[in-house]
Structures are given as structure tokens and as C-alpha cells.
Design a protein around this ligand. Structure first.
Ligand code: ATP
Length: 463
């Protein structure tokens, strides 16, 4: 019993089925003699079965009826071949030629033809719409007069100018500065001004995730690289950000063994997934940032010297807010506008409050200012918030025994006031920095004085 009779279908039924398929079908024997073309093929190419069936494909091409033959290539190669062609009427066709074997020899070649004109057009339209959307987005930002950040002081303007300059080239950039000074803002600005702005910007905080996870996040892994590895593997951030930009925040926290791998990626522009030997070329721009003293870390051998020199080519310094107070009023305006919109408020800070904010030395930099403005806006009841209503943390006695400037002067001695202020500043710095050397630098006193004072006030550095 053959297949036809077992399914109850006769050869002419198969012919009909082939003719109602939406894809074009072109069938030849092993020597290229055309056996069958279906109706969809005729429709797509404008050729009739009569012109083709019973004729050798080589002759059809010779006569210029078909421009080239995928069938011939399948016969020559002995395996599947795919190609794209444009017809005389401008239709875009995708062709897939498949050899059918019997006892080790080709008996038939079947070519499936799909009309991809519409898909191509849609793809082009989508790209075009995306481009227009992006243009409108940036135009809208300009028109709304909503800059992405504030750069009023000459110090921060210089950092932004350098960011714009290096945006044009692909070099690796290192951004240095205390926490909360706007290192990420600068990294995003480099990206926004680069030709990579329509590609991804990915960010990872090297200090925030465990070492083994950081490794697979950055470099990816192959299936079977370790127990629990995802089937099919996992693309790392270097690969995902290819053509785009990868921002490596807190680079100083990257463990030494990963620093070696990072250096290799930066030098060779290739990445090798964990558990694999395949070398994958990448085109990822790297921007790194840290608030740590990398030079000191190199001396202490916790940061690789070769990587440091590789990263140290273009360095942008993000200055602390206390060194660029000219930015404070504009930053306040910027945050007030943003937060008013976010919380549907219509509040302003009084000139006295703004001047009190100007007087503070901002150990937590712009992030601290942003947080305080938010707290002041959401906790106050008046539309014009006064200094008293704002209850700024450094002006009210906190649990750490902060100096209460609102308290009547006669209640405490000058010595006590100085000590309270000293303790408060020291506690603040101890929360922010990891070593007594960093605290000394921030407070501009010697390291032995820091150690002595920490002991005096029984402060301990976080482990
Ligand atoms: N010049 C600026 N204009 C407007 N907002 C700013 C500016 N600089 C910083 N900010 C805001 O302050 C906050 C902290 O900035 P950012 O995250 O860039 O600092 P950072 O130096 O990268 O901090 P960290 O070292 O802790 O990662 C963010 O919310 C950011 O939007």
C-alpha cells in the first residue's frame, strides 16, 4: 500500500493542494528539469507554468526568463541554499532551495519562494518612524526648555565641555568624583551626544552584585557553564551593549580577577562567554566611574596597574558641589520644577531658604540636595516654604547631637557648640567614606587628627 492510497489522496489532489499554498513552489529533478510550478509562483513572478515546465533551468536562465537559478546552486552544492531576489516588477522575494535525496542522490530540488516586499517595506517604515520619533523627542526637550541637567558653574561646565568633546570619539572614558556629584549624568551626556545615542545605554554597578554574578552579567555564559545555567546560554552586557555604551559604575569595586578580563575586552574588542572558547567580536563603548582613589588602590595592589593606565587615558572630573556653589540655585530650581510636576504641587522655596542651602557644604553632593528639596517640598504645607518650615537636618538637633543653630546662644558654650559641630561633621564623613585618609582629605585635616577625633567621639568606621 503506498502513501497516496493510505491517505486517500490522489496525485492530482496533491497538485491542487500545492496550487493553493500562499508560497511559491518550483520543483525540478536532479538535472534541473522543471517538473512543477504552483499558482503562487506564477503570480509572484509573472511567469506562466507553460513557459517553465518541461524545460531545463539552465536554458531558462540562458534565455533571460529567470535572472539566476537557486536550483542550480542547490544541485552544485548538494545542500540547502537561501537567497533574496528582486523581480522586474520590483517585488522582493526570499528563496529557499532544498534538495530531496533518495539513496544518497538528489532526486528533486524544491524551491520555496516568499514575497517579502511587504515585510521589507514595513521594516523600513518602522525604522523611519523610529528615527522621526527620536528626532521629535529631542526637539520636544529643547522646545520645552527642559535641559537634562544643570551646568551653571564654570567647574561643571568644563566637565560637560570635555564630555561633549570625547563623545565624538570612541575612546574609553573614566569619570572620577565623589558620590552623588553627577558622574552618571556625565556618562549619559557622553552617550547622548555620541553617534551611539540610538543604541542601548546599559549600566552596571560593579560594587552592588556578588563577584560570580558580576562575571556572568558582564561576559555572559554558555549553556552548561555551571549548574543552573540557562539553556542556550546568556548574553553578557558587553554583547548586549554592542554598538551602544556600557557604563561601569563603581569600577574600583571590581574584583582583581575580573579586572584582568575587562582589560582583555578593552584591548581586543572581543568577549568570551563563561564556559565557552568562542571569541565574539564586540563594538561596545565603555565608560567607567568611581569615587575611589584608583591611584592609591594601585599602590595598595587592589587595582591593577595595567587596567588603571588603560582607563586613565581620558579622565573627566566631576567636582564636589561645595566647590561649585554657583550650581546650587539652578539645581534647586531644576529639582523644584521636576518635583512639582511629579507630585502635582506648585511650591517654591523662599529666598532665605535658598540662601541657607547655599551655606551648607553638601557632603552628599547633588544627590543630597535633591533629596532635601524633595523632603522639603512634600512635608511643607505652605506654597512658599520658609527656613523654619523646612527644618533642615543640619539646623535641628538630631540624635547625633548636631548643632542646633536655632537654639538660643546662651544655652550652650562656644566650646560645646564647636565640639558638637565637629562631631556632627566627623560622623557625616565616617558614614560617607571608607578610610581615615579619605575623611582627612574631605575635612582637610591630618589623618592622625581624624583617628584621634574618631576615638574621642567614639565613632567607628563602617566595616
Ligand atoms: N548637574 C546636575 N543636574 C541635575 N541633576 C543632577 C546633576 N548632577 C547630579 N544630578 C542628580 O543627582 C543624583 C546623583 O547623580 P549621579 O547618580 O549622576 O551621581 P554619581 O556621581 O554617579 O553618584 P554615585 O557615585 O553614587 O553613583 C541623580 O538623581 C542626578 O540626576
Amino acid at each position: 500500500m503506498d502513501n497516496y492510497s493510505s491517505t486517500g489522496l490522489r496525485p492530482e489532489d496533491w497538485e491542487r493542494i500545492v496550487d493553493i499554498l500562499p508560497d511559491g513552489i518550483y520543483v525540478t529533478n536532479a538535472r534541473g528539469l522543471t517538473i512543477k510550478v504552483n499558482a503562487a509562483y506564477e503570480h509572484m513572478t509573472g511567469l506562466s507554468a507553460r513557459q517553465l515546465v518541461g524545460r531545463y533551468i539552465a536554458d531558462i536562465v540562458k534565455e533571460g526568463i529567470l535572472s539566476n537559478s537557486i536550483t542550480q546552486r542547490v544541485i552544485d552544492k548538494g545542500s540547502e541554499v537561501t537567497a533574496e531576489q528582486t523581480t522586474a516588477k520590483g517585488k522582493r522575494l526570499a528563496l529557499h532551495g532544498i534538495p530531496i535525496y533518495k539513496s544518497g542522490s538528489i532526486i528533486l530540488v524544491v524551491t520555496i519562494v516568499k514575497d517579502i516586499t511587504v515585510i521589507n517595506e514595513l521594516g523600513k517604515e518602522l525604522d523611519h518612524s523610529r528615527q522621526i520619533a527620536n528626532q521629535y523627542k529631542s526637539r520636544l526637550n529643547e522646545l520645552e526648555g527642559s535641559p537634562r541637567f544643570v551646568a551653571e558653574s564654570p567647574q561643571f561646565q568644563a566637565a560637560v565641555a570635555l564630555a561633549h568633546k570625547v563623545a565624538e570619539v570612541d575612546s574609553t572614558v573614566l569619570i572620577l568624583g565623589e558620590s552623588g556629584t553627577g558622574k552618571e549624568v556625565l556618562a549619559r551626556e557622553i552617550y547622548q551626544k555620541s553617534y551611539r545615542r540610538d543604541q542601548p545605554f546599559l549600566k552596571i554597578n560593579c560594587g552592588a552584585i556578588p563577584d560570580n554574578l558580576l562575571e556572568s552579567e558582564l561576559f555572559g555564559y554558555d549553556s552548561g557553564a555551571f549548574t543552573g545555567a540557562k539553556k542556550g546560554g546568556h548574553m553578557g552586557l558587553f554583547e548586549s551593549a554592542s554598538k551602544g555604551t556600557l557604563f561601569l559604575d563603581e569600577i574600583g569595586d571590581m574584583p582583581l580577577h575580573l579586572q584582568v578580563k575587562l582589560l582583555r575586552v578593552l584591548q581586543e574588542h572581543t568577549v568570551t562567554r563563561l564556559g565557552s572558547t568562542k571569541v565574539i567580536p564586540i563594538n561596545t563603548r565603555v565608560i567607567a566611574a568611581t569615587n575611589q582613589d584608583l591611584e592609591q588602590m594601585v599602590r595598595e595592589k587592589t587595582f591593577r596597574e595595567d587596567l588603571y593606565y588603560r582607563l586613565n587615558i581620558v579622565v573627566i572630573k566631576s567636582p564636589p558641589l561645595r566647590e561649585r556653589k554657583a550650581d546650587i540655585p539652578s539645581l534647586i530650581k531644576f529639582f523644584v520644577k521636576k518635583l512639582n510636576a511629579k507630585y502635582h504641587l506648585n511650591k517654591q522655596l523662599s529666598p532665605e531658604l535658598i540662601s541657607a542651602l547655599m551655606d551648607y557644604n553638601w557632603p552628599g553632593n547633588v544627590r543630597e540636595l535633591e533629596n532635601i528639596v524633595e523632603r522639603v517640598l512634600v512635608t511643607s504645607s505652605s506654597d512658599l516654604v520658609s527656613v523654619e518650615e523646612a527644618r533642615l537636618p543640619w539646623q535641628t538637633a538630631g540624635p547625633a547631637g548636631a548643632l542646633d543653630v536655632a537654639a538660643p546662644f546662651e544655652e550652650i558654650s562656644l566650646k560645646e557648640a564647636c565640639e558638637r559641630l565637629e562631631k556632627r561633621m566627623l560622623l557625616d564623613a565616617a558614614r560617607r567614606y571608607k578610610t581615615t585618609y579619605q575623611i582627612a582629605e574631605a575635612l582637610q585635616i591630618s589623618q592622625p587628627s581624624v583617628s584621634r577625633k574618631l576615638k574621642k567621639y567614639r565613632c567607628e568606621l563602617p566595616q
